[in-house]
Design a protein around this ligand. Structure first.
Ligand SMILES: [Zn+2]
Length: 206
């Protein structure tokens, strides 16, 4: 395959990029000068070399602990538990939350044969214990997998701390059921967080 065709086919591997968009990107790159292209290529080549998983929260950044965990201005008594890094980034970009995060790195999804491992749960327990957390906000997505993940966490957290010591709350969803944190706008996320509710055994999707 020629260099242009090869690059087009690389871009079509990106989520949401079809052949037409991929062609536009390649023709955009063709118009740039060589130094920009080298820099771009270098950024991609070294992407994983410069990144570390935060051993406290599971976030990925260029330092360990990550800048969020190191930030002295953040409220260290509140922990927002998210399913993955995309969700953390959504909250951060919305600028609506000043506590710390915990990235689960897993979820409960019987259809895709996924479950939270003991390792996932131990990592969360260590984080809560080291911070002496007062409130855990479970920010799983408003869909069936998110609910199943929430129930597993709820049981785990109740066993761990008991409701008197550890407050457990959950996002109140103005989000459409079946929607996701990743694609929610700032206002929706803000409302979901501000009107969060004390943990209960009710599902959001039923
Ligand atoms: Zn961190």
């Amino acid at each position: 395959m020629d260099p242009i065709g090869r690059l087009i086919s690389w871009f079509t591997k990106f989520p949401g990029v079809g052949n037409k968009s991929a062609r536009r990107m390649v023709f955009f790159l063709l118009k740039q000068d060589t130094s920009m292209l080298r820099e771009f290529g270098q950024s991609i080549a070294s992407l994983k070399d410069d990144l570390h998983t935060c051993e406290e929260c599971g976030n990925i950044s260029d330092s360990n602990p990550c800048p969020i965990c190191r930030d002295p201005l953040r409220d260290r008594s509140t922990l927002c538990v998210v399913e993955n890094i995309d969700d953390l980034v959504s909250f951060e970009q919305a600028g609506i939350y000043s506590g710390l995060y915990h990235v689960l790195g897993g979820r409960v999804s019987p259809f895709e044969d996924e479950d939270l491992s003991q390792e996932n749960l131990d990592f969360l327990r260590e984080h809560i214990e080291s911070l002496n957390t007062r409130e855990v906000i479970v920010a799983t997505n408003p869909r069936m997998e998110g609910d199943l993940t929430y129930f597993t966490l709820l049981e785990f957290l109740r066993e761990m701390g008991g409701p008197s010591r550890l407050k457990i709350s959950r996002l109140a969803f103005g989000l459409p059921i079946g929607g996701s944190i990743e694609f929610a706008d700032r206002m929706t996320l803000h409302t979901a967080l501000e009107s969060r509710v004390e943990a209960s055994d009710e599902a959001s999707w039923s």
